[in-house]
Design a protein. Sequence first.
Length: 92
Amino acid sequence: MKQFREEWDLDSIYVVDSALYSSDNFQQLRQLRWITLVTASLKVVNILVESLGEETFEDIEVPGYRIASCCSDYGGVRQRWLVVESESGRAQ
């Protein structure tokens, strides 16, 4: 990761694989702007999703989907999370 940061000095948002999402990697990712999928296998994800009320979600342009924006301090790093919910997912 250090070598990557030294070689690529771009003002960009990086899309990273969810395997990179761990508290061990956050200190190295701190100086980069990045986006990834947070897997539902993390306990904190399930707790967050269960705590979101209906009023938290807002409809988007894609029929059958809603989003909620919230913050997390997972791994000691402040993050903004977008939770995407689908009608089919709610039915399950």
